[in-house]
Design a protein around this ligand. Structure first.
Ligand code: DGJ
Length: 731
């Protein structure tokens, strides 16, 4: 073995010494951003620059000069190791930490090779191979740069050839450094029904950690994304800002560490909490993708970068259409039968939506799913509620003229279920302590391949028996509780990671077999919303809180990272102080649905909703695929306004909401964005209540894009909880 290591070292040494000056610089670029790394003469890899794209290629040479000072030179503080291992001369949080077979805990990586491949006209992948000179451990760093969208995503692969497994206890997806005077972090936090509330703080010396230990319903309290103001508090339309997000549907961790020199290190990856990972020789540990964008024009532009990239490259069917729907959850909860559902299907048709979605409560017989205390796991139709089964419902939907979608929560089990009786060993729970229940349920042990087969089988069986099913809502209502995997036995430290990987294996199989099946990701509201899961889902459920006032804040929050196309928003009966028009106007901003019986509407309201659905269908491409602008923040004023502008800039939809204006408050005009200043646009208020005309003086008039973006429109009123939707059309 020693001989083998020696040979490997000699080969590696040869390779490094042959790296030319150009090879020693690695440039990862988008149209607006440059990330420059350099390989020092001793092979160590450093980040030299991250920021606005440099105009002149020749300037890059300055970074090579700089590299020659090496890590130990007087400029050492400015040469930040790109992926530092533990136990070297850097005394801050490492990207990688490994306990080797001999108990040694140091790892120092040197660069072996780097290559950049153009995958197409817009995407380039840079692969950097690194090795430790003493231990046979290899790390491959990947950087994928999307030029037009200004997105870089990075992840790493860790492997080794030691005799026995090594323990990997730090495994960052990526590490970034910033050298600024001050740093401001915006995080998104909350809980059930109060998702993604924004708060900003200045980072001071030391560490700020954003992480979760919830396992499956992982983002219930904090979300896997953040914003970093690099020249002040992140602002919407100006300033340098980094926006980053991790594609991991489990425990994640972002560490922001301001070091002794006042520089900021940002580490992103899986949360290593209780997860020191035993890696076998030859096995590859692939970290999740860390996706980031840097904008010199504030968070608005950075969000549009994310939206464009997500629709083009990441979101399932990102470029495709979306189905409007009527869901029965809030209309019936668990209390329904065929007759009620068939009525709702007809209501869906009369509203004009595409689909009826059957929610929780349709399954289980021995322990019928009458409430959330029983039946989860038994995916046989409940014969007393639905004696003719799902095929009959699919047919009824067809007869009513709508598609049919169905809810499942296949990763979970109620202890009161036949599944639990049959397979108690498939459940994550402690053998030697009292069991704790979250929503009366437990999490299945997805690290176990037999459980993966079972969960895949839930979808597969429903689809095989009912090929007419057009949509799935996949829920996940519990975090991992009673943390013990019967399958992993003495390797409990792998539970959190293997569990998420098991979930992905199932998602992968579902997508492979049903590639064009639209699916909603749901987690007791919005506790699952990350870009790895969204490879397999066309949209996610933002929150169980459908009070339209709260939704304005929640949708504002998510829109920072996700295109509205991926954000499901339903009209319900939460907050009856808000008119049905207001509730609909709020949901219209995203992927529209209804979760309300038409019986709750009077004639005028129904006619209003039908008109709104028709408008939505007519304007869908603008709303869902346009550029999204956040114009007025509900956090800063008593109103809010946003708009979607189609890529050709000939059509836009503008949304304005008065939340709780104060008496005599000064109402300011709203300057629009994203239009062509040279074009002339007609402004027209739509979504009006039947029989009423617009009271907006601008409605029906034409203006230049220049005027609309400089002088603006008086969109707001002094009325509480009132809204306006404006259609803007190039003349
Ligand atoms: C939580 C989801 O967020 C709701 O929309 C609904 O599907 C319930 N679960 C059903 O139990």
């Amino acid at each position: 073995m020693k001989k083998k290591i020696l040979i490997a070292l000699l080969i590696m040494g040869g390779f490094i010494s042959t790296l030319s000056a150009e090879q020693s610089l690695i440039r990862i670029s988008t149209d607006e951003t440059d990330l420059v790394l350099s390989v020092a003469p001793d092979g160590r890899l450093y980040q030299r620059y991250l920021g606005r794209r440099l105009l002149y290629e020749t300037d890059l040479a300055h970074f090579a000069d700089y590299a020659s000072t090496g890590a130990g030179g007087s400029d050492a503080a400015k040469a930040w190791e790109a992926y530092p291992g533990s136990g070297a001369e850097d005394y801050f949080e490492p990207a990688l930490a490994v306990t080797h077979n001999d108990g040694n805990m140091t790892t120092i990586l040197t660069c072996v090779s780097s290559e950049t491949k153009k995958l197409n006209g817009n995407v380039a992948e840079t692969i950097i191979r690194m090795k430790d000179k003493v231990y046979p451990i290899e790390v491959t760093l990947h950087f994928m740069a999307y030029a037009k969208e200004n997105i870089i995503k990075t992840w790493s692969e860790i492997r080794h050839q030691e005799k026995k497994p090594v323990t990997v206890w730090r495994y960052a997806s990526g590490m970034l450094y910033f050298e600024n005077a001050r740093y401001f972090l915006t995080e998104f936090s909350g809980d059930w029904a109060k998702e993604v509330h924004l708060s900003t703080q200045e980072l001071q010396f030391g560490k700020k950690i954003m992480d979760t230990k919830l396992g499956s319903r992982a983002a219930m309290h904090t979300y896997p994304f953040f914003e970093l103001g690099l020249d002040g508090i992140p602002r919407e339309n100006e300033g340098d800002v980094l926006m980053g997000t991790l594609g991991w549907t489990g425990n994640f961790q972002f560490t922001f560490e301001v070091d002794n020199t006042g520089n900021l290190r940002v580490l992103s990856g899986i949360n290593p909490y209780a997860s020191a990972y035993e890696l076998k020789p030859g096995e590859v540990f692939v970290t999740p993708e860390f996706i980031f964008t840097i904008s010199a024009c504030g968070t608005g532009k950075a969000s549009r970068n994310m939206h464009d990239w997500a629709r083009e490259y990441q979101l399932k069917d990102g470029k495709g259409d979306r189905l409007t729907l009527l869901n029965n959850w809030e209309a019936t909860y668990f209390d329904f039968d065929e007759k009620k559902l068939e009525e709702l299907m007809r209501e869906a048709k009369s509203l004009g939506v595409d689909m009826f979605l059957l929610d929780d409560g349709w399954f289980a017989n021995k322990y019928p799913r009458e409430n959330d205390r029983a039946g989860l796991g038994d995916w046989e139709v409940n014969r007393s509620k639905l004696p003719n089964g799902i095929p009959h419902l699919v047919q009824s939907a067809q007869k009513a003229g709508v598609k049919f979608g169905i809810w499942i929560e296949p990763e979970m089990v109620n202890p009161k279920s036949e599944l639990f009786e049959k397979h108690p060993e498939w459940v994550i729970r402690l053998p030697n302590r009292e069991t704790y229940y979250f929503r009366n349920q437990l999490v299945l042990d997805l690290g176990n391949p037999a459980v993966q087969d079972y969960v895949f089988g839930v979808v597969d069986k429903i689809m095989t028996e009912n090929p007419g099913i057009a949509y799935f809502k996949w829920d996940c209502n519990s975090p991992i509780t009673n943390v013990y995997s019967p399958y992993l036995k003495e390797k409990q430290n792998q539970l959190y990671i293997d569990h998420v990987r098991g979930v992905y294996r199932v998602f992968e199989r579902v997508k492979a077999k049903y590639p064009s099946l639209p699916m909603m990701l749901c987690s007791g509201g919005g506790a699952r919303c990350d870009y790895e899961a969204l490879k397999y889902f066309t949209e996610f459920w933002c929150s169980d809180n459908t009070d339209p006032i709260e939704r304005l804040y929640i949708q504002w929050g998510y829109s920072h990272f996700f295109p509205v196309k991926s954000m499901a928003a339903h009209v319900t009966s939460w907050n009856k102080d808000a008119s049905l028009k207001f509730r609909t106007d709020v949901a219209m901003m995203c992927k529209l649905g209804f979760d309300i019986s038409l019986k709750e509407m009077d004639e005028k309201e129904l006619a209003y909703c039908q008109g709104a659905v028709a408008n939505y269908n007519r304007l869908k491409r603008v709303i869902l695929d346009g550029d999204f602008y956040r114009l007025v923040s509900p956090y800063e004023t008593n109103h809010t306004a946003v708009m979607s502008v189609c890529k050709e800039k000939n059509k836009a939809v503008l949304y304005a909401y008065d939340i709780h204006p104060r008496f005599g408050e000064k109402l300011l005009p709203v300057r629009l964005q994203g239009l062509d200043p040279a074009k002339t646009y007609k402004i027209e208020e739509i979504n009006l209540l039947p029989g009423s005309a617009s009271r907006m003086r601008f409605s029906g008039k034409t203006y230049s894009g220049d005027y609309l973006m400089k002088a603006g429109l008086n969109l707001f009123t002094a009325n509480r909880i009132s809204s306006r939707i404006i259609e803007i059309t190039q003349q």
